[in-house]
Structure formats: C-alpha cells, structure tokens
Design a protein around this ligand. Sequence first.
Ligand SMILES: Cc1cc2nc3c(=O)[nH]c(=O)nc-3n(C[C@H](O)[C@H](O)[C@H](O)COP(=O)(O)OP(=O)(O)OC[C@H]3O[C@@H](n4cnc5c(N)ncnc54)[C@H](O)[C@@H]3O)c2cc1C
Length: 265
Amino acid sequence: MSVLDSKVPKGPLAEKWVNHKNHINLVNPANKRNIDVIVVGTGLAGGSAAATLAELGYNVKTFCYNDSPRRAHSIAAQGGINAAKNYQGDGDSNFRLFYDTIKGGDYRSREANVHRLAEVSSNIIDQCVAQGVPFAREYGGLLDNRSFGGVLEPLQAAPVIIEDGAFIGSRCIVVEGVRVGKEAVLGANVVLTMSTKIIDVTGDEPVETKGVVPARSVVIPGSYTKKFAAGEFNVPCALIIGKRKESTNKKTSLNDALREYDVAV
Ligand SMILES: Cc1cc2nc3c(=O)[nH]c(=O)nc-3n(C[C@H](O)[C@H](O)[C@H](O)COP(=O)(O)OP(=O)(O)OC[C@H]3O[C@@H](n4cnc5c(N)ncnc54)[C@H](O)[C@@H]3O)c2cc1C
C-alpha cells in the first residue's frame, strides 16, 4: 500500500508554513540569475509567480498552451476573491476564512495549507492588484470587499441543533437556528422557525417560547388565531403536549410518548 506523503511541514497548524519559510535557505541575489525556474501554465497563479520570480532576478521560463483563452480559469472567474481584509469591520479574519474554507472543502482539505491560504490572502490580493488584475472597487477607491464564504452563515446566525436522542417525525422542518432538546419528540409535520410560537399546553395556562424545544418535550403541529387587517386567520404553531418519561429507557419512553399522546410520526 502506498502512503501519501503530503510533505506538510512540522509544528503547530497555524505555524507550519511560517516556520518552514523562516528556516529555508535564502538565495544570494547574485545567484538568482543562475537559477532557472520553469513555470507551466500562465493563469493567475502561474502568471503572477512567473512575474514575481522574474522581478526577483530568477531566470524564468514559462510554458503555456491554450486551446481557448477560457482554458485558463482565471479568465472565466467571476471577479470575487476570498481575502480576509475586513474592510467592513464585520469581524472577518484569517481564522474565519480558514474555518470557512475548511468547511467549504467538506473537511477534506489539508488544514495547514488552508491556513496558509487564509493568512496570505490579504497580501495576495494586493499583489494581484499590483500586477494588474482588475477587481471591483468602492467609490472611495478601496477594494469592494465583504465578508463572504461558501458555507458560513451570517455572523449572527446560529446553527440548527438537534440534540442526542431527539426523534424527528416525517415531513418536519427545523430551520434558522432552532434548538431541539435532548430526547424531544417532534410529531409529523411540525415546522419550527425562529418565529414559530412553541406553546406548552401541559399546564393550566399556555406557556409561549420561540426557538427552543425543551428536552424530552413531545411536540405536535398546532395553530392559533391571529388578527390581520383583513380579518382573523389561523397561523401555524407548535404545541408541547407532554414529556417523555426520564425514568424509562429511550426506546420504551419514545413508544410510550407516541402512544400516550397519540402522536403521528
Ligand atoms: C466560471 C468560473 C468562475 C469562477 N469564479 C471565481 C470567482 O469569482 N472567484 C474566485 O476566487 N475564483 C473563481 N473561480 C476559480 C478561479 O478562477 C480558479 O481557481 C483560478 O483562476 C485558478 O488559477 P490558476 O492560475 O491556478 O489556473 P488557470 O487560470 O486555470 O491557469 C492554468 C493555465 O495552465 C494552462 N495549462 C494547463 N495544462 C497545461 C500544460 N500541460 N502545459 C501548459 N499549459 C497548461 C491552461 O491552459 C491555463 O492557461 C472560477 C472558475 C471558473 C471556471
């Protein structure tokens, strides 16, 4: 069996490439012109590397073939680039770009390399600009920049959390950061958004909450009457009609709950 050696440098994740860069041998400027560097492909990566290395004094040879200009993805790109510039002051950072890229890569990317990508992103975009790559700009002249990722929710948004042992019935919808507590039971068709009223009807008075289904609650879809300009209409809500018993094991308590409260799943 062959083992893939990615040759990622040693050390803590965030320092691997910085350490490596700090410890590799430097080339005497006078020797640079004696070194041939071959660059294959002249998209943004190859083109900018070739220009940069040539400017440093290396003897650069570039090779590229294009059956059509669109062969270079750099020509096809839509104009955005990920760089943690944080011009908007919205908390964008190297870490957020790192984390977002790891998530966007379905956790399969090499983390140290992604970290390096994030930490050099701000400089790379400046280098691209200096080398003539056009980017959209604000009227004030700054790069038109925003916090943006393939996968991150807006900073304020929370993920939906379904805790251990919860039972989600058929055709349920749980969105917008709603939290379903441990071993809770959602009957068929329960829809929970952050604005859905969750009404506990097990006591003398209804108790209303939003966004959280307490642990072991048994929930079914319901509706309440709401006044609008055009009259009164029924609006969907979720009703907590009972609790799964803590004393019995999960399987038995789920069956009990479904039978006892006649919950469709
Ligand atoms: C439609 C589209 C939209 C995109 N939009 C965005 C965006 O908005 N933002 C963003 O950040 N990214 C975007 N991307 C991704 C981004 O364009 C690429 O990741 C990036 O341009 C890759 O740059 P590159 O220099 O590595 O490769 P390329 O730009 O693809 O350059 C590779 C070059 O090498 C040449 N070549 C290949 N094989 C050989 C060979 N054997 N010998 C010689 N030459 C060879 C090719 O012809 C080509 O010219 C987009 C990509 C596409 C296709």
